[in-house]
Write a protein that binds this ligand. Structure first.
Ligand code: ZN
Length: 451
């Protein structure tokens, strides 16, 4: 079946053009002015509206179990918010627990997502065992599309910590499979040293452990590793302009990339002082206003090249149950609803970016890193018809946080970015900001999950 979107301004990779889009089944089959069509073809009139490629969120936490608190957003509730706000693909996480094989870890998460996702999805894999037989196992999963891996330089208690030497060894062994490596950078030695002298009952002390120096130090070590091994490494959720600066310099001689999230660009550490301070705890933490301002400036200059949500939601009850010791407060903040409208308003609105530049950071670059480009991340012939039709000057609305929280950390913001229609692989799934049918979850995995 063919569908046409006509009269809209279409955001291609380098320009916005008034052209028609022809969709055949799930993919874009033609682009151009006044495409010929049969009289009975289905037509969407997008006059006065803008069409962008569906957003690829490179960093989404859904339905993960925690040490103290489970995350409140399921695949269903999280991807509902995502697709209503223009995100058509999420990159979530699978962590191998100490009592699981990699296959068990993958099938447990695949079951959670199966028929429960409103957008397409894939995963970054965190294996935690590395014997020869484990590497063999990993290589089998790489063949099925698990080509992105996340490792941590910290989180000993969660069994995620790896020394720089160990990361070096793992990345060298994975190199031949051409993976994309992602690293959470905070230097464990600095964190544990800083942790000795703080009052854990005072949440404002949290950034005194998770300092900018701890981040920068780990970033520098990972840059060194990337320079030696020459395998693509992506640094997760950067919070400081200094670290971003080091990465920009390193790009001259190694394949390193990075990302930031709305939290570090819009919020500062004064959020900890409010009555809802605990809701703003995340790792690495919010920084001073001076630091936030520099993050805004770096972001406005196009660094880092990926903008993602790092969405992680917990129920209001989880915050009420958390003890006053900040080590027991759930860490993470929602942003699936904020990612597109907040960065649109900042970068296109305030900093006058053209739209293709924004979509490079939200769709093309993350799709490229996830190795799903050109199927995802771009409006081009042959790509999946994941399309977002929106009005940048629509009705004013609030920025939503999560369907599983009453507290909205974004409540002080509003936007005129009005999502009119979202197509997932050619099918309209969202109309006027709402799901057409809550009962139909059309999202599919982009990795093969059967053994
Ligand atoms: Zn994360």
């Amino acid at each position: 079946m063919k569908r046409y979107i006509i009269n809209g301004s279409v955001c291609l990779q380098n320009e916005v053009k008034k052209i028609d889009i022809e969709i055949t089944d799930e993919v874009i089959s033609a682009l151009g002015q006044k495409l010929p069509r049969q009289s009975d073809a289905e037509v969407i009139d997008a006059a006065g509206l803008t069409i962008i490629p569906g957003i690829v969120d490179f960093h989404t936490h859904l339905e993960e179990k925690g040490q103290y608190f489970d995350q409140s957003d399921t695949y269903k509730s999280g991807t509902k918010l995502a697709i209503q706000n223009g995100i058509t693909t999420v990159n979530a996480f699978i962590v191998q627990n100490f009592n699981q094989s990699l296959s068990q870890a993958i099938s447990a998460v695949a079951d959670q997502a199966d028929n429960n996702s409103y957008c397409d999805y894939r995963w970054h894999l965190t294996p935690t065992r590395f014997s020869d037989i484990n590497f063999y196992d990993i290589s089998k999963w790489i063949e099925k599309g698990f080509k992105t891996f996340k490792f941590y330089t910290t989180y000993k208690t969660a069994n995620l910590y790896l020394s720089y030497d160990k990361i070096n060894e793992i990345v060298r062994r994975l190199k031949k499979f051409e993976p994309q490596i992602i690293i959470h950078c905070e230097d464990e030695a600095i964190l544990s040293q800083m942790g000795r002298s703080v009052n854990y009952r005072d949440i404002t002390q949290f950034p005194k452990i998770h300092t900018e120096e701890a981040e920068l130090n780990a970033v520098e070590k990972i840059i060194g590793l990337c320079q030696n091994i020459q395998t693509p490494i992506h640094i997760a959720h950067l919070t400081s302009a200094d670290a971003i600066g080091q990465i920009e310099l390193a790009k001259r001689d190694c394949p390193i990339t990075s990302e930031t999230t709305p939290h570090y660009v819009f919020f500062n550490d004064e959020k900890f002082l409010g009555e809802r301070g605990a809701h703003y705890l995340t790792t690495p933490p919010l920084r001073s206003e001076d630091c936030r301002k520099l993050m805004e400036i770096k972001t406005s200059m196009g660094y880092p090249e990926v903008l993602c949500s790092n969405h992680r939601a917990f129920s209001d009850t989880a915050y009420q149950a958390a003890s006053s010791d900040f080590r027991n407060i759930p860490s993470g903040m929602p942003a699936l609803g904020a990612l597109f409208p907040m960065f649109y308003d900042l970068l296109v609105g305030k900093y006058k970016w053209d739209l293709p530049r924004l979509m490079n950071s939200l769709s093309f670059n993350p799709a490229n890193l996830a190795q799903i480009y050109p199927r995802k991340g771009v409006i081009s012939v042959g790509s999946d018809a994941d399309l977002v039709i929106f009005n940048p000057n629509g009705k004013t609305r609030t920025i939503p946080s999560s369907y599983t929280q009453n507290v909205n950390i974004w409540e002080e913001y509003s936007t005129n970015v009005e999502i009119k229609e979202v197509l997932l692989r050619g099918n309209t799934v969202v109309k006027n900001g709402n799901l057409i049918d809550e009962n139909i979850c059309q999202g599919k995995p982009l990795c093969i999950t059967s053994t």
